[in-house]
Design a protein around this ligand. Structure first.
Ligand code: RBF
Length: 282
């Protein structure tokens, strides 16, 4: 039932612009504002919000608390915008630091961050982008080969530049995008590749039942990835027209084949890391 939580603070006309640029500089995203003959509003959106009930000791004196990822940077930004304000950073009793700012008569906020950065942001496991020693399969369709050959060149360029050896890259060609999922699955089941890059091009203008083919190809590739456990990356273009396809298969920049290859590398690396962390007991 709850959709959002909004705190409204009336600020003076002179301060409105300055405060909205300060809050944007600190990382608030400005939402859809409004204006009428009497007033205007600038919603400042935070990624997470909550209404917190506390009983006993008050956590901090301002009743608006804004958590930031780096308190010292937030402090220097605030100092730049408000050179005359008192902005002392103090320790709280909950293993964090805070500084409070009187932004306007009606608006006092505390900026805070946990002392231990891991508290606010748990360490993430991410794959890296080195392809050395990895084996790749590339399934590429011949339909719209003018485009798919560019996607293939992009993918190969990415793999080689990331350290993959040519002998570790197996290219499989199929007639059209519809055949990509079954070929990808056959390849995955050989056990000879660590990841599969799928490359194709569907153009709405030229393809009857475009939606059906696109849905089936996407579903089939996802299903092959999930059922075989071999990462598959998706480089099948679904375009309105040829111009859009050319844009996405650029020779230098914006090549979806290149991006699909990079995704495959990252997923192989991630899979290795997750396996190792499982066998290390976490
Ligand atoms: N394959 C593609 O990869 N891209 C297309 O845009 C495309 N358009 C097609 C349009 C029609 C009318 C038909 C019959 C096939 C098309 N195909 C396309 C080929 C399809 O993916 C598959 O290879 C063939 O239908 C044979 O199973």
């Amino acid at each position: 039932m709850i959709r959002s939580l909004t705190l409204v603070r009336l600020v003076s006309r002179e301060k409105f612009e300055q405060l909205s640029s300060l809050l944007r500089a600190l990382g608030f995203e400005e939402g859809k504002g409004w204006k009428d003959e009497h007033s205007r509003g600038a919603p400042m959106l935070a990624p997470v919000g909550s209404l917190e009930l506390v009983e006993g000791r008050n956590p901090a004196e301002p009743d608006i608390l804004i958590e930031v990822s780096d308190l010292d940077t937030a402090h220097s930004i605030a100092r730049k915008f408000l050179p005359n304000a008192t902005l002392d950073i103090t320790d709280t009793h909950w293993k964090s630091r805070v500084f409070a700012v009187q932004l306007d008569g009606n608006l006092r906020v505390g900026f805070w961050a946990f002392n231990d950065p891991q508290r606010s942001e748990p360490a993430a496991t991410v794959g890296n982008l080195s392809a050395a020693g990895m084996r790749f399969g590339i399934v590429v369709s011949r339909w719209n080969s003018f485009i798919t050959e560019r996607l293939l060149q992009g993918a190969l360029d990415c793999l080689r530049r990331s350290g993959a050896a040519s002998k570790d890259i197996q290219i499989v060609r199929v007639p059209g995008s519809f055949e990509i999922p079954s070929a990808a699955r056959m390849l995955a089941e050989t056990g000879n590749v660590d990841a599969i890059i799928t490359l194709g091009c569907l153009i709405r203008g030229e393809t009857t039942h475009y939606e059906h083919i696109a849905t089936e190809v996407t579903r089939g590739i996802g299903q092959s990835a999930q059922e075989t456990g071999v990462p598959h990356s998706y480089g099948v273009l679904t375009c309105e027209n040829l111009e859009q396809a050319i844009d996405r298969a650029g020779l230098k920049s914006g090549n979806k084949g290149w991006e699909a290859a990079q995704t495959a590398i990252e997923m192989v690396s991630l899979k290795g890391k997750l396996k190792r962390s499982a066998s290390d007991g976490g």
